[in-house]
Write a protein that binds this ligand. Structure first.
Ligand SMILES: [Cu+2]
Length: 167
């Protein structure tokens, strides 16, 4: 997250010249009123680090196998062992929520916030089941668990399969 932090840090230093000599991101806490959004995002990133992934945690599709022929709409059952599925919001150890990536790779790099669009579906109400629409043909589906702030736990808490959607 160094790249993410450096942008607001540079902006803050430009706005508040008296703070530019410290080089310490945490020292700028009480100096800004005009960059609240950037500041709170930076503070969250800086204060709460991504919880560690337990070694025995595992993500899987409960009802689908790699290479399976399916029809659309497709019911997807999301499974995980040794990890809790919770609502988005609070950041807790051993806890997170599911995402389905549709033709969007096998996983999202650890610590990166999962995008929110038609190919990155969030299940922030702790859902473990979803019904998705797919066009006919081959599609890659990936399951990715992320923390309460949608920061990916990386490939350790992801899995992917290819399915063949019939007409
Ligand atoms: Cu999310």
């Amino acid at each position: 997250m160094k790249k993410f932090l450096s942008i607001p840090a540079i902006l803050l230093m430009g706005l508040i010249s008296c703070n530019s000599g410290t080089g310490n991101e945490t020292s700028s806490d009480s100096t800004s009123t005009s960059t609240d959004t950037l500041h709170s995002a930076m503070k969250m990133e800086a204060d709460v680090s991504l919880p560690a992934v337990p070694a025995d945690a595992k993500v899987f599709f409960e009802n689908l196998k790699d290479g399976q022929t399916v029809s659309s709409p497709l019911k997807v059952e999301m499974g995980v062992t040794n990890f809790s599925i919770d609502t988005a919001g609070a950041i807790k150890p051993n806890s997170g929520h599911f995402h389905i990536l549709i033709d969007a790779g096998d996983s999202i790099s650890s610590g990166v916030v999962v995008p929110k669009d038609s190919t990155h579906l969030h299940f922030g109400n702790a859902q473990k089941e979803a019904t998705i629409e797919l066009t006919p043909g081959m599609h890659k589906l990936a399951l990715q668990v992320a923390d309460g702030a949608h920061r990916s736990y990386g490939s350790k808490l992801a899995t992917s399969i290819n399915v063949n959607v019939k007409k």
